[in-house]
Design a protein around this ligand. Structure first.
Ligand SMILES: Nc1ncnc2c1ncn2[C@@H]1O[C@H](COP(=O)(O)OP(=O)(O)OP(=O)(O)O)[C@@H](O)[C@H]1O
Length: 277
C-alpha cells in the first residue's frame, strides 16, 4: 500500500502515484435534474501498485463508479483521470483505444469465446488493437495464471476457476495500467474464488499491477490493500489492511439506518474520509 509521506506542516510531502483519480464525479441517469444521482460528487484516488476493493449496499453506486473510472460511462459532471489522461477530453474512438490498451477487465461471467482456444482468447485484445501478440509475453502471462499446459484447450474443457484465470490472463496481456474486476469471484465456489483472489493479489504484489474490484463478499475484500465503501453514491469511508470481520462490520452498519461515523471508523480500525482524501 502506498503511504503518503507527511511533511512537517502535516500536508502530504509527495503525492502518491495515482493511476485513477475521480474528482467530484456525479452521475445522474436520465439527465441532470431528473432521477437520483447514482454517484453524488465522488472524489477518490487509487495509488499505482495497489489492490482496492469497492463495497457498499445494493444500489450504492459500485458499478457506476467502476464504469465511470474505466471510461465505459461518462460522468454527468466532474472529472476522471486514468494513467495521466483526462478521459473527458477524449472522443469515442480515443476512449475505446485507451480502454483496449490501458485497461483490463474481469467480469463475473468469464466472457470467453467458446470456439477459441485459451491462447486465442488471451491474445484477442491484442489482435483487436491491431498488435501482434508477442509469444514470450503470452507464454509469461499463461505461466503467471498457471495455465501454461492448457493453452490449446477450449473454455468448455476447463473448470470455472480456470476459465476465470484465462479471463485474468486476457486482462493482463496488454500490460494495462489498471485491471477492473466486477464481482470476479461471484460465480465461483470458495476454493476457485480463493485461487483467483490469490492470483490477483500476486499480480499486485509481485508485478506492481493495480487492481480495483467490486465485490459483495467481505472475504474477497479482505484480499485487498484497502476497501473503499460507498453509500448513496458517496464515499462512506475506507479500511486499510482489511480483515473480513471488519469489512462485515462496516457492511452491517452501512445497511443499517445510519452511515458510519468517525467513531465507528475508529472502532472498526478504519479511517475517516478526511484522513484519506
Ligand atoms: N443504466 C441505468 N439507468 C438508470 N438508473 C441506473 C442505471 N444504472 C444504475 N442505475 C441506478 O443507479 C443507482 C446505482 O446503481 P449501481 O448499479 O451503480 O449500484 P451497485 O452498488 O453496483 O448495485 P448492486 O450491488 O445492486 O449491483 C441505483 O439506484 C440504480 O438503480
Amino acid at each position: 500500500m502506498t503511504e503518503v509521506a507527511e511533511s512537517a506542516s502535516g500536508s502530504p510531502a509527495t503525492e502518491p502515484d495515482e493511476v485513477v483519480r475521480l474528482r467530484a464525479v456525479r452521475k445522474v441517469y436520465g439527465g441532470p435534474g431528473r432521477g437520483t444521482a447514482a454517484l453524488d460528487g465522488l472524489t477518490v484516488g487509487l495509488p499505482r501498485g495497489t489492490f482496492t476493493a469497492v463495497m457498499g449496499p445494493s444500489g450504492s453506486g459500485k458499478s457506476t463508479f467502476l464504469h465511470c473510472a474505466a471510461g465505459l460511462e461518462r460522468p454527468t459532471s466532474g472529472s476522471v483521470r486514468l494513467d495521466g489522461t483526462d478521459l473527458g477530453s477524449l472522443g469515442e474512438r480515443a476512449l475505446t483505444r485507451l480502454r483496449r490498451e490501458r485497461i483490463g477487465f474481469v467480469f463475473q461471467a468469464f466472457n470467453l469465446l467458446p470456439a477459441l482456444t485459451v491462447v486465442d482468447n488471451v491474445t484477442l485484445p491484442l489482435r483487436l488493437a491491431g498488435r501482434r501478440p508477442d509469444r514470450g509475453a503470452v507464454a509469461e502471462v499463461l505461466e503467471r495464471v498457471g495455465l501454461a499446459d492448457r493453452r490449446r484447450h477450449r473454455p468448455a474443457e476447463l473448470s470455472g476457476g480456470q476459465q476465470q484465470r484465462v479471463a485474468i490472463a486476457r486482462a493482463l496481456v496488454t500490460r494495462p495500467a489498471v485491471v477492473f474486476g466486477d464481482e470476479p469471484t461471484g460465480a465461483l465456489d470458495t476454493g476457485n474464488a480463493r485461487e483467483v483472489l490469490t492470483l490477483l493479489r500476486e499480480v499486485v504484489a509481485e508485478e506492481g499491477r493495480t487492481v480495483v474490484m467490486v465485490t459483495h463478499d467481505p472475504v474477497a475484500a479482505a484480499y485487498a490493500d484497502r476497501v473503499v465503501f460507498l453509500s448513496d453514491g458517496r464515499i462512506a469511508g475506507a479500511l486499510n489492511r482489511p480483515t473480513s470481520e471488519r469489512v462485515a462490520e462496516w457492511m452491517t452498519r452501512l445497511r443499517g439506518e445510519r452511515a458510519p461515523t468517525a467513531d465507528d471508523a475508529g472502532a472498526a480500525g478504519g479511517e475517516t474520509v478526511r484522513e484519506l482524501w
